[in-house]
Ligand binder design. Structure first.
Ligand code: AMP
Ligand code: GLY
Length: 424
């Protein structure tokens, strides 16, 4: 069968890599892809938001299954458009993707169904929002309601910072219409983990545990990014916490979405804050995590196509997922200056040498090919992913591989996976 992956980041490279391992797949397409994906799939230069062109591509090429990486096309209704055209597609419908597309929707849903999360209040008026900040004090979190490319959650240590955040969203309109409403949310402390599951609208099939590293610098310092590294399994999610998360968060959320007339099909990704052995929801995403997908797919046994088809056909109850005992870790190498301004077009060396190391796979994110060379083309550039018999060995291999790769200004965290050590 022919499959199409929509997107062009590290997550999509790992999807292409995993789908290519399926004995049922004869050809993988990716739109728009990147330089690494171009070596493993046919890349087509269509933007992820050009849904009509993607539908036409799938019809023209006889694509049997499409899989969507990023959130934006999901919230724009790519799944609905493909289904209307009679095409098979894996991902959340527009109505279901609202769980990522609107923080107001999600907080209201969690409150209505008593699913554990921090307390919050919604504002449409900046003056009222600021008055409330004075009442509750800091630390506090201000979030733009809509999608803001991962930049819309502002963790504020002082009331002044929080007022600035309200101004940024609502008066300066830094995130456009996404900031028409803000959620002001209780600041939660603890350790974060990512909890991903497949859902066919009824059955929830959890993936292995994983943990992201959002801040740019070691020790979780500096501004948040899309994610600077991830690993699996994440021992902070103990078996008890895993069961609690399934029973109090994941299953109730899928049931709630069904009750709301928004059956949830695809990947449900809960960002959790864990404290004293209890998990609460920070946010939901309607897709695989990036970079969590990279270490997860490296550990996942079996045919991903079978799982995706079971989701589409509503028979996930018949599927069992198997995970290798190995640990995996992905270290993201980024452009100098990211998550702020950065230059593109820097020549990257050492990728092939790193890739050749035992147990290592270098997934590309923001890369392009120019004059036969691989150059940087984005903030997050590579996801250097390695397996090991345990987390320390996986860490050692990943960093051995990173040391072989260089370009002008390259930066990466040196402590990915370090949080797991206290549990080992
Ligand atoms: P979000 O876009 O909602 O995932 O938020 C991005 C990041 O901001 C999270 O991964 C957390 O590190 C942080 N964050 C979001 N909400 C809260 C909260 N209520 N308390 C503490 N940190 C938060
Ligand atoms: N790794 C965070 C995200 O995918 O949103």
């Amino acid at each position: 069968m022919k499959v199409l992956v929509v997107g062009g980041g590290g997550r999509e490279h790992s999807l292409v890599w995993k789908l290519n391992q399926s004995p049922r797949v004869t050809k993988v397409y990716c739109a728009p892809g990147n330089a690494g994906i171009a070596r493993e799939a046919e890349v087509v230069p269509i933007d992820v938001t050009d849904i009509k062109a993607l539908v036409d591509l799938a019809l023209d090429e006889g694509i049997d299954l499409t899989c969507v990486g990023p959130e934006l096309p999901l919230t724009l209704g790519i799944v609905d458009a493909f289904e209307e055209a009679g095409l098979r597609i894996f991902g959340a419908s527009k109505a279901a993707a609202e769980i990522e597309g609107s923080k107001v929707f999600t907080k209201d849903l969690l409150a209505k169904y008593n699913i554990p999360t921090g307390s919050y209040k919604v504002f449409e008026d900046p003056a009222e929002a600021k008055a409330y900040l004075k009442e509750v004090g800091a630390p506090i979190v201000v979030k733009a309601d809509g999608l803001a490319a991962g930049k819309g959650a502002l963790v504020c240590q002082t009331i002044e910072e929080a007022e600035d955040a309200v101004r940024l969203c609502m008066e300066e309109r830094a995130f456009g219409d996404a900031g028409n409403r803000v959620v002001i949310e209780e600041f939660l402390v603890g350790e974060e983990a990512s909890f991903l599951a497949f859902s066919d609208g009824k059955t929830v099939l959890p993936m292995a545990t994983s943990q992201d590293h959002k801040p740019i610098f070691d020790g979780d310092k500096g501004p948040n990014t899309g994610g600077m590294g991830a690993y699996s399994p994440a021992p902070v999610v103990t078996p008890e916490l895993f069961d609690q998360t399934m029973n109090e968060i994941m299953i109730p959320t899928v049931q709630a979405m069904a009750s709301e007339g928004r059956p949830y099909k695809g990947v449900l990704y809960a960002g959790l804050m864990i404290r004293d052995g209890k998990a609460r929801v920070l946010e939901f995403n309607a897709r695989f995590g990036d970079p969590e997908a990279q270490p997860l797919f490296m550990r996942m046994d079996g045919d991903l196509v079978d799982v995706m088809e079971a989701v589409i056909d509503g028979r996930l109850d018949q599927v069992e997922l198997q995970w290798q005992d190995d640990a995996t870790i992905c270290v993201v190498m980024a452009s100098g200056g990211y998550p702020g301004d950065y230059e593109k077009g820097k020549v990257i060396t050492g990728i092939d040498e790193a890739d050749a190391l035992h147990g290592v796979k270098v997934f590309h994110a923001g890369t392009a090919e120019k004059d036969g060379k691989i150059v940087t083309a984005g903030g997050r550039v590579l996801g250097v992913t390695a397996r090991g018999k345990d987390i320390p060995q996986a860490i050692e291999r990943a960093y051995e591989a990173c040391a072989l790769i260089s370009w002008e200004g390259a930066q990466y965290r040196k402590d990915i996976g370090a949080k797991a050590r206290k549990f080992l």
